[in-house]
Design a protein around this ligand. Structure first.
Ligand code: ARG
Length: 641
């Protein structure tokens, strides 16, 4: 869809030439980039600077009155009187049909896009490319692993996992849209002494039938009970002032895990069943969030060979010290005092969380030869991640610095179901669905028209949770608020869903065939009218000035709206640099707010056919982008609610 011949055709129709393409820009799929190419090439000639430098100097302006793109001339590294130069360049700048004007402001040059060009060109671009609009082959031929969610089997799926799931799912979609080959990976916490604990617990409290019926909850129940036993055993021993007896649960658990690490078949068989049944259940739950993993990996999956290699390299590179039989890395020795010390092998020879991460990363590099690997892990583990990235680097992996990315995030406060504090993903999703259903039932008329209310409540409820999570910078903590996130007023998931279904209903009511929409006359005169048209009407002075005001307001709204539509591809590119879902969420709110205020004064139904079709084309483009944006976030847009 974004090949150059295609661009030639599109531009031919507008009597524009294809500009020389600056590396790293995507003029065929991003109209702002197209304009940047034109401007940079002309600027390069007029100011005698390198076109790449000119391109880099083009900044978005935030206020419409200051132009769409701005160049601070100092950024072009020019000498002499820059104010004068700005005047001169502005006077000579060829507008080329895509610019309305170029205005000098001190040392700045302001470039104003031609609104009519954007209306004609971008609206059709959206309506023809549909779900592809926004994408660009930024990551063509490149591979990225996104590791996210990564819950621990037999332990609660807590808020940290929920956030990792939501943010990671988005980042995977985003990279896919930008042309990367994406591998979605879940790195389960499926190894460690807790499995010994679980095994002992299952022996004592487990039930085969319950395990089959609901593995995640059952294993968790067992885990809680056996942990209670361990606590009381420990207390008893302390009270009596003795060591834990050899047959204490804790010691049995340790012994069991040791057997697992040594490859004991019986021990591994039990563990494998726990793991497989849990994954089966996870697959269904993630599907509700539109997430499908390519790989269920996990701490257990790192091969012994790789682990051995890691240990060897650590020794070879003299990275470890031995302390009472245990091995550790002391970062002080490598001028990284802040990172403290970290244990990499216990005295009984068993591995640790950090060691398994070292092995997993090494193994993935050789298995997938990725160009980038993203870890979506809570900021509570910042130190852990810094430590293992650093050790990997010290081991001689020069790709770590440029290819490994830690996308961190803050905490969710007060997340609990209304019944209690233990949280599983499924419980949260069930509860949010029921709450939403309750809200929908408050409007019985509308409710009776919804075809599958359970399904809609599920989708809208999930979007509430997801938008709440992604609407501010990910590093921020936030308070989990049922009422707030489910409200259809204010910036919430239901609000975006409501806007989408409203746009859908406008489309349904107008029922204009796609071929006609694509031929819409998007001239400003047709969309909102013109002064000339007003003059021809026989209006009283008062009425005329009222109509003129209206015309101005409508024009301004349309100008704003088409610019937001145009900036969607840039928004994706930006989000891929800062790894912030909030970049997309903020954009979608801006889009829907501008749509509602435009729609309020620019009606569709009841207008003459030509006008109706043009306005509908514009709003359909909004609907398409809202649809694309929601899906990108991992949300299923609803058509009615
Ligand atoms: N299972 C871990 C936890 O729940 C998260 C794993 C994050 N990924 C990693 N490569 N360490 O804390």
């Amino acid at each position: 869809t974004s090949s150059v011949p295609d661009l030639t055709q599109k531009l031919d129709k507008l009597k524009l030439e294809v500009p020389p393409q600056i590396e790293g820009s995507f003029p065929a799929s991003n109209t702002t980039d197209l304009c940047r190419n034109y401007i940079a090439n002309n600027l390069s000639k007029l100011a005698n600077v390198d076109a790449n430098i000119a391109f880099q100097a083009l900044e978005w302006s935030i206020v419409l009155g200051n132009g769409d793109l701005v160049v601070p001339l100092p950024r072009l590294r020019l000498k002499g009187n820059l104010d004068e130069l700005a005047q001169k360049i502005a006077a000579e700048f060829p507008l080329g049909g895509y610019l309305e004007k170029v205005v000098p402001k001190g040392k700045f040059l302001q470039f104003f896009f031609n609104t009519q060009f954007l209306l004609n060109y971008v609206t059709k671009d959206v309506l023809t490319r549909t779900s592809d609009y926004g994408s660009a082959p930024v990551g063509a031929n490149k591979k990225v692993i996104v590791e996210f969610s990564s819950p621990n089997i037999a332990k609660p799926f807590h808020a940290g996992h929920l956030r990792s799931t939501i943010i990671g799912g988005f980042l995977a979609n985003l990279h896919e849209k930008l042309g990367w080959k994406v591998i979605r990976m879940n790195y389960l916490g499926d190894w460690g002494k807790q499995f010994g604990v679980l095994a002992v617990g299952f022996d004592k409290y487990g039930s085969e039938a319950e395990l089959k019926a609901d593995p995640i909850n059952h294993l968790f129940k067992v885990y809680v009970k056996i942990n209670e036993d361990m606590t009381s055993e420990k207390e008893a021993a302390e009270k009596a002032g003795i060591e834990l007896p050899a047959d204490a649960t804790d010691n049995q658990a340790r012994a069991f895990f040791k057997k697992m690490e040594d490859g004991d078949e019986h021990a591994l068989g039990l563990w494998k069943r726990f793991r497989e049944l849990s994954i089966e259940k996870y697959i269904d739950t993630y599907a509700r969030l539109n997430i499908k993993y390519d790989v269920y990996s996990g701490e257990s999956q790192v091969s012994n060979e790789v682990m051995q290699k890691v240990t060897e390299t650590l020794e070879e590179k003299k990275l470890i010290k031995v302390d009472r039989g245990a091995k550790l890395v002391d970062f002080k020795d490598f001028k990284e005092k802040k990172l403290g010390k970290v244990l990499v092998e216990k005295s009984d020879g068993t591995s640790l969380y950090v060691t398994r991460d070292l092995g997993a990363a090494t193994e993935r590099k050789s298995m997938y030869n990725f160009d980038k690997m993203i870890y979506v892990i809570a900021s509570q583990q910042d130190l852990h991640v810094k430590q293992f990235f650093k050790i990997l680097e010290l081991m001689g992996n020069d790709w770590v610095k440029s290819q490994m990315v830690h996308v961190n995030f803050g905490m969710v406060l007060g997340m609990s179901t209304r019944k209690g504090t233990v949280v599983f993903l499924d419980d949260i999703l069930e509860q949010v669905k029921n709450e939403m259903l309750g809200i929908m039932k408050k409007n019985p008329d509308k409710f009776s028209q919804v075809e599958d209310p359970e399904k809609i409540a599920d989708l809208v409820g999930i979007s509430a949770v997801m938008i709440q999570d992604m609407q501010s910078k990910r590093i921020n903590n936030y308070e989990f608020g049922w009422e707030r996130m489910l409200s259809s007023e204010g910036d919430t998931g239901p609000y975006l869903q409501y806007a989408h279904s409203r746009l859908r209903s406008i489309e349904r009511n107008c029922n204009v065939p796609e071929s006609e929409l694509l031929k819409a006359d998007l001239s400003i005169e047709n969309l909102v009218g013109s002064e000339d048209q007003l003059k021809k009407l026989d209006l009283s002075e008062e009425e005329y000035s009222k109509k003129l005001d209206q015309l101005k307001n409508q024009t301004e709204k349309v100008q704003g709206l088409i610019r937001i539509i145009t900036s969607y591809p840039d928004t994706l590119k930006y989000a891929s640099k800062n790894y912030e879902p909030s970049t997309i969420v903020t954009y979608l709110f801006k889009l829907t707010h501008q749509f509602s205020s435009t729609y309020k004064i620019l009606r569709v139904m009841g207008e003459e056919r030509e006008v109706l079709v043009a306005r509908l084309a514009l709003f359909s483009a909004v609907r398409q982008i809202l649809n694309n944006g929601l899906k990108l976030l991992g949300i299923t847009p609803v058509d009615r609610m």
